[in-house]
Design a protein around this ligand. Structure first.
Ligand code: HEM
Length: 182
Protein backbone atom coordinates (compact mmCIF):
# COMPACT_ATOMS: atom_id res chain seq x y z
CA UNK A 1 0.00 0.00 0.00
CA UNK A 2 1.40 3.45 -0.91
CA UNK A 3 1.60 5.95 1.95
CA UNK A 4 -1.42 8.30 2.21
CA UNK A 5 -1.06 12.10 2.22
CA UNK A 6 -2.93 12.44 5.49
CA UNK A 7 -4.80 10.60 8.26
CA UNK A 8 -8.50 10.00 7.55
CA UNK A 9 -11.06 12.15 9.38
CA UNK A 10 -12.16 9.06 11.34
CA UNK A 11 -8.54 8.47 12.51
CA UNK A 12 -8.27 12.09 13.68
CA UNK A 13 -11.59 12.03 15.55
CA UNK A 14 -10.69 8.75 17.30
CA UNK A 15 -7.30 10.26 18.26
CA UNK A 16 -8.94 13.22 20.01
CA UNK A 17 -11.72 11.19 21.62
CA UNK A 18 -9.10 8.88 23.12
CA UNK A 19 -7.01 11.84 24.32
CA UNK A 20 -10.05 13.38 26.07
CA UNK A 21 -11.33 10.13 27.59
CA UNK A 22 -7.91 8.96 28.86
CA UNK A 23 -7.45 12.37 30.55
CA UNK A 24 -10.95 12.15 32.11
CA UNK A 25 -10.31 8.59 33.30
CA UNK A 26 -7.03 9.72 34.90
CA UNK A 27 -8.98 12.35 36.85
CA UNK A 28 -11.47 9.73 38.05
CA UNK A 29 -8.60 7.39 39.07
CA UNK A 30 -6.27 9.89 40.77
CA UNK A 31 -8.14 9.52 44.07
CA UNK A 32 -7.80 5.70 44.27
CA UNK A 33 -4.40 5.96 45.97
CA UNK A 34 -5.98 7.85 48.92
CA UNK A 35 -8.31 6.71 51.69
CA UNK A 36 -11.88 6.72 50.37
CA UNK A 37 -15.36 5.89 51.63
CA UNK A 38 -16.01 2.32 50.47
CA UNK A 39 -19.26 3.29 48.67
CA UNK A 40 -17.46 6.12 46.86
CA UNK A 41 -14.60 3.77 45.90
CA UNK A 42 -16.96 1.15 44.47
CA UNK A 43 -18.93 3.73 42.49
CA UNK A 44 -15.74 5.40 41.22
CA UNK A 45 -14.29 2.00 40.22
CA UNK A 46 -17.44 1.38 38.16
CA UNK A 47 -17.20 4.82 36.48
CA UNK A 48 -13.47 4.38 35.92
CA UNK A 49 -13.83 0.88 34.42
CA UNK A 50 -16.75 1.99 32.22
CA UNK A 51 -14.79 4.93 30.80
CA UNK A 52 -11.80 2.60 30.37
CA UNK A 53 -13.98 0.17 28.40
CA UNK A 54 -15.02 2.98 26.02
CA UNK A 55 -11.30 3.82 25.62
CA UNK A 56 -10.64 0.11 24.92
CA UNK A 57 -13.32 0.07 22.16
CA UNK A 58 -11.86 3.22 20.59
CA UNK A 59 -8.39 1.68 20.80
CA UNK A 60 -9.54 -1.39 18.84
CA UNK A 61 -11.22 0.88 16.26
CA UNK A 62 -8.02 2.89 16.06
CA UNK A 63 -5.89 -0.21 15.42
CA UNK A 64 -8.30 -1.26 12.68
CA UNK A 65 -8.24 2.21 11.02
CA UNK A 66 -4.43 2.30 11.23
CA UNK A 67 -4.23 -1.12 9.56
CA UNK A 68 -6.79 -0.15 6.89
CA UNK A 69 -5.68 3.47 6.18
CA UNK A 70 -2.00 3.52 7.21
CA UNK A 71 -0.32 6.78 8.27
CA UNK A 72 1.18 9.68 6.27
CA UNK A 73 4.95 9.84 5.77
CA UNK A 74 6.95 12.05 8.13
CA UNK A 75 8.37 15.28 6.60
CA UNK A 76 11.58 14.83 4.55
CA UNK A 77 13.14 17.63 6.62
CA UNK A 78 13.25 15.33 9.67
CA UNK A 79 16.65 13.86 10.54
CA UNK A 80 17.24 10.11 10.87
CA UNK A 81 17.28 10.10 14.69
CA UNK A 82 14.08 12.16 14.80
CA UNK A 83 12.31 9.65 12.56
CA UNK A 84 13.50 6.76 14.77
CA UNK A 85 12.40 8.66 17.94
CA UNK A 86 8.97 9.42 16.43
CA UNK A 87 8.37 5.81 15.38
CA UNK A 88 9.61 4.47 18.72
CA UNK A 89 7.46 6.96 20.67
CA UNK A 90 4.32 6.05 18.70
CA UNK A 91 5.04 2.31 19.00
CA UNK A 92 5.53 2.61 22.77
CA UNK A 93 2.31 4.63 23.10
CA UNK A 94 0.33 1.90 21.32
CA UNK A 95 2.02 -0.79 23.42
CA UNK A 96 1.50 0.90 26.80
CA UNK A 97 -2.09 1.98 26.09
CA UNK A 98 -2.85 -1.67 25.26
CA UNK A 99 -1.03 -2.75 28.43
CA UNK A 100 -2.91 -0.10 30.47
CA UNK A 101 -6.28 -1.38 29.27
CA UNK A 102 -5.43 -5.07 29.80
CA UNK A 103 -3.88 -4.48 33.23
CA UNK A 104 -6.96 -2.39 34.21
CA UNK A 105 -9.24 -5.23 33.13
CA UNK A 106 -7.20 -7.76 35.14
CA UNK A 107 -7.18 -5.41 38.16
CA UNK A 108 -10.98 -5.15 38.00
CA UNK A 109 -11.40 -8.91 37.54
CA UNK A 110 -9.21 -9.52 40.60
CA UNK A 111 -10.66 -6.77 42.81
CA UNK A 112 -11.57 -7.72 46.37
CA UNK A 113 -14.89 -5.87 45.97
CA UNK A 114 -17.20 -5.94 42.92
CA UNK A 115 -16.57 -3.75 39.88
CA UNK A 116 -19.67 -3.31 37.70
CA UNK A 117 -19.15 -1.85 34.21
CA UNK A 118 -21.90 0.62 33.21
CA UNK A 119 -23.62 -0.29 36.50
CA UNK A 120 -24.67 -3.63 34.93
CA UNK A 121 -21.86 -6.01 34.12
CA UNK A 122 -19.95 -7.29 37.12
CA UNK A 123 -16.57 -8.55 35.95
CA UNK A 124 -14.99 -9.39 39.31
CA UNK A 125 -14.07 -13.07 39.64
CA UNK A 126 -14.65 -13.18 43.44
CA UNK A 127 -12.73 -14.89 46.28
CA UNK A 128 -9.60 -12.79 45.65
CA UNK A 129 -7.13 -11.98 48.42
CA UNK A 130 -5.83 -8.45 48.91
CA UNK A 131 -2.19 -9.38 48.08
CA UNK A 132 -3.15 -10.67 44.61
CA UNK A 133 -5.22 -7.55 43.93
CA UNK A 134 -2.40 -5.23 45.08
CA UNK A 135 0.13 -7.15 42.97
CA UNK A 136 -1.94 -6.90 39.77
CA UNK A 137 -2.86 -3.28 40.49
CA UNK A 138 0.89 -2.50 40.59
CA UNK A 139 1.16 -3.37 36.85
CA UNK A 140 -1.78 -1.05 36.13
CA UNK A 141 -0.11 1.75 38.08
CA UNK A 142 3.17 1.18 36.22
CA UNK A 143 1.34 1.25 32.84
CA UNK A 144 -0.41 4.49 33.89
CA UNK A 145 2.92 6.17 34.72
CA UNK A 146 4.46 4.99 31.44
CA UNK A 147 1.49 6.35 29.44
CA UNK A 148 1.61 9.70 31.27
CA UNK A 149 5.36 10.03 30.53
CA UNK A 150 4.87 9.10 26.85
CA UNK A 151 1.93 11.52 26.48
CA UNK A 152 4.10 14.34 27.88
CA UNK A 153 6.86 13.60 25.33
CA UNK A 154 4.21 13.30 22.59
CA UNK A 155 2.72 16.73 23.45
CA UNK A 156 6.18 18.36 23.65
CA UNK A 157 7.08 16.91 20.23
CA UNK A 158 3.77 18.21 18.80
CA UNK A 159 4.47 21.72 20.19
CA UNK A 160 8.01 21.57 18.77
CA UNK A 161 6.70 20.71 15.27
CA UNK A 162 3.99 23.37 15.52
CA UNK A 163 5.90 26.36 16.95
CA UNK A 164 9.62 25.71 16.28
CA UNK A 165 9.90 23.69 13.05
CA UNK A 166 6.57 25.00 11.71
CA UNK A 167 5.93 21.98 9.47
CA UNK A 168 2.45 20.50 9.02
CA UNK A 169 2.80 17.44 11.33
CA UNK A 170 0.78 18.86 14.25
CA UNK A 171 -1.60 20.87 12.07
CA UNK A 172 -2.65 17.68 10.29
CA UNK A 173 -4.00 16.23 13.55
CA UNK A 174 -5.36 19.53 14.92
CA UNK A 175 -7.56 20.11 11.85
CA UNK A 176 -9.59 16.98 12.54
CA UNK A 177 -12.52 18.07 10.36
CA UNK A 178 -10.57 17.84 7.11
CA UNK A 179 -8.23 15.40 5.40
CA UNK A 180 -6.07 15.60 2.27
CA UNK A 181 -6.82 11.97 1.53
CA UNK A 182 -8.44 11.49 -1.89
C1 HEM B 1 -8.12 4.73 30.03
C2 HEM B 1 -7.26 3.95 30.54
C3 HEM B 1 -7.02 3.87 32.03
C4 HEM B 1 -6.31 4.73 32.84
C5 HEM B 1 -5.60 6.02 32.43
C6 HEM B 1 -6.31 4.16 34.18
C7 HEM B 1 -5.68 4.72 35.29
C8 HEM B 1 -5.74 4.22 36.59
C9 HEM B 1 -5.08 4.78 37.75
C10 HEM B 1 -4.19 6.04 37.74
C11 HEM B 1 -5.38 4.02 38.83
C12 HEM B 1 -4.91 4.24 40.28
C13 HEM B 1 -3.63 3.48 40.51
C14 HEM B 1 -3.14 3.64 41.92
O1 HEM B 1 -3.31 4.70 42.53
O2 HEM B 1 -2.61 2.68 42.42
C15 HEM B 1 -6.27 2.96 38.39
C16 HEM B 1 -6.81 1.99 39.20
C17 HEM B 1 -7.75 1.05 38.77
N1 HEM B 1 -8.18 0.85 37.47
FE1 HEM B 1 -7.61 1.90 35.84
N2 HEM B 1 -7.04 2.99 34.16
C18 HEM B 1 -7.50 2.78 32.87
C19 HEM B 1 -8.26 1.72 32.41
C20 HEM B 1 -8.90 0.81 33.23
C21 HEM B 1 -9.81 -0.22 32.78
C22 HEM B 1 -10.15 -0.50 31.30
C23 HEM B 1 -10.25 -0.87 33.88
C24 HEM B 1 -11.22 -2.03 34.01
C25 HEM B 1 -12.06 -2.42 33.09
C26 HEM B 1 -9.60 -0.28 35.04
C27 HEM B 1 -9.77 -0.68 36.37
C28 HEM B 1 -9.11 -0.17 37.47
C29 HEM B 1 -9.28 -0.65 38.84
C30 HEM B 1 -10.20 -1.76 39.31
C31 HEM B 1 -8.41 0.11 39.65
C32 HEM B 1 -8.17 -0.04 41.16
C33 HEM B 1 -9.14 0.85 41.91
C34 HEM B 1 -8.84 0.85 43.40
O3 HEM B 1 -7.67 0.85 43.78
O4 HEM B 1 -9.80 0.89 44.15
N3 HEM B 1 -8.78 0.73 34.61
N4 HEM B 1 -6.47 3.10 37.03
Amino acid sequence: MSQPLDYSIAQKIVHWLMAILITLDLFVAQKFGNVMEQADRLESRGDHGSLGTIVASLFLLRLYLRYKNGAPALPVSMQGWQIIAAKLGHGLLYFFIGFLILSGLFTAMNATDPVALFGQFEITLGQIDKETFTFIRGFHEFATNAVIALILVHVLAAIYHWLVVKDDVTQKMMKFWKSKRV
